[in-house]
Ligand binder design. Sequence first.
Ligand code: MLC
Ligand code: AMP
Length: 516
Amino acid sequence: MKTSTSANLFAALRAGFPADLDQCAIECADAPGDEPLRYSWRDLERGTAMMANLLQSLDLPPASRIAVQTEKSVEALMLYLAVLRAGHVYLPLNNAYQAAELAYFIDNAEPAVFVCSGRHHGWVSKLAFQRGVAWVFTLNEDRSGTLLDRAAQMSDQHEPAPKDGDELAAILYTSGTTGRSKGAMLSHRNLLSNAQVLKDYWGWRGDDVLIHALPIFHVHGLFVASHGALLAGARMIWFAKFDARAVIGRLPEATVFMGVPTLYVRMLAEPALTREACARMRLFISGSAPLLIETFQDWQRRTGHTILERYGMSETIMLSSNPYEPPAGRVGGTVGLPLPGVGLRIVDDAGQPCARDEIGHIQVRGPNVFAGYWRMPEKTAEEFSADGWFKTGDVGKMDEHGYVTIVGRSKDLIISGGYNVYPAEVEGFLNELPGVAESAVVGVPHPDLGEGVVAIVVPRPGGTPPDGDALIAALKGRIAGFKVPKKLLVLPELPRNAMGKVQKNLLRERCQDLFA
Ligand code: MLC
Ligand code: AMP
């Protein structure tokens, strides 16, 4: 196997750091305390070296999975970089996940190390140790925890582990089209090739200032935003939690912002969002969920800037983007053109190419496309066409200029505020609750979240009908809060077609205005 330090994604990102390592790399915008909390590039270099040395001192098998469920912090970003640096595999987990969800990921990925927030150490460490995890460390928002205590004793010199580009860098859990969560295996090459393409395509520069206000357990915040800034040696203004007013307050110093559509909707609701506030900005990017044309137009009117919408997914990182230049080439309601090096085709149900503007299934290929799902070769095979294209599960069309429009999804997926919710998973938990015979979960328009989760529940015959509020309360604590239905209806039966399949389209129509 051909291994070299340069194929290690960390080494490539570090090569983008500016020559003067004492410059500010990251400034925390919402850290407690009066003094601004700043990290220099040297802090990133040394901190990641110490954490990488700590991982190395544990004598883990090569390519061990390092599972991380912590609050967002600069140290958590350093931990991600340290895992790459040490040559292990990063496994980020949404911090809303509860015990049943974590148990599944641990059983499936078999991480050697779990890093959790100190406040959850009791139950998480018990769960992790019971399932064979060798090491559990804590990492807290206030820069405390056993991970940093141990890393502080390590050397701040570390040579990045030599890597072949095809070796695994990260596993991101996603449900893909159906069923239980699957771990999308992303290699050093997948991540680096995509970061390099985006660096050129979006014109990243060393004097950019990125407002980073997204979580760092998904593609958008962890890869697209962080890699962009690191590779360009650009400064980040770092928000541990998105707050529309606070973000607008920092826009005058910034040049780049990335968000899911909900972030744009919330910022538009703030009177402080003006042309003056955005005067230095060069690029607003939206993705992870459809951006409504109204939001695109309102943003243009209010700020004078045209949002650049792009499209991607966990299995592929970024696939398409509206052009950077000229801004007039950014077409609202579309996700732009396939990125350089990315093949994107629209095919019909039989797998035959669709004509221009004809709606079909979106399939992709390229150096950014993942190697497959972790330990699920059959699932992997199902999601690729016979000629090697990945089936995204998205439905769309391409116009004569090559612009792609996503019109829907063939996968049963709800995207709420940029987070994916799989109806079958929520239905499974609902159906286990007392008094519930069966249930159906759908997504309907929501002014803030894009789609809001709604459950329709059928009571068990003969018993006391279940109370909607009690069911919602019972779900909280069992599954991540963002998956819990915002509204729940109790109906005597679910509409079914002649085949006995639940007609979710009818339920969606019925609930269409629930959040209006
Ligand atoms: C939080 N809550 C949500 C929610 N986020 N409910 C539904 N959908 C969501 N997205 C619920 C919590 O469970 C809680 O419920 C209540 O809202 C308050 O929680 P919070 O954490 O204070 O919420 P808030 O800070 O307002 O979070 C909203 C948000 C956040 C939009 C800022 O969801 C967010 O950061 N989303 C971005 C997701 C993202 O990065 N996606 C990228 C995926 S990558 P209760 O009942 O307990 O009060 C991808 C690929 C690609 O898709 O192309 O990029
Ligand atoms: P995930 O697997 O969590 O990364 O989610 C990926 C999915 O998000 C894609 O398959 C799309 O359905 C959706 N998505 C991402 N970007 C966009 C976008 N700009 N417009 C519409 N849907 C999007």
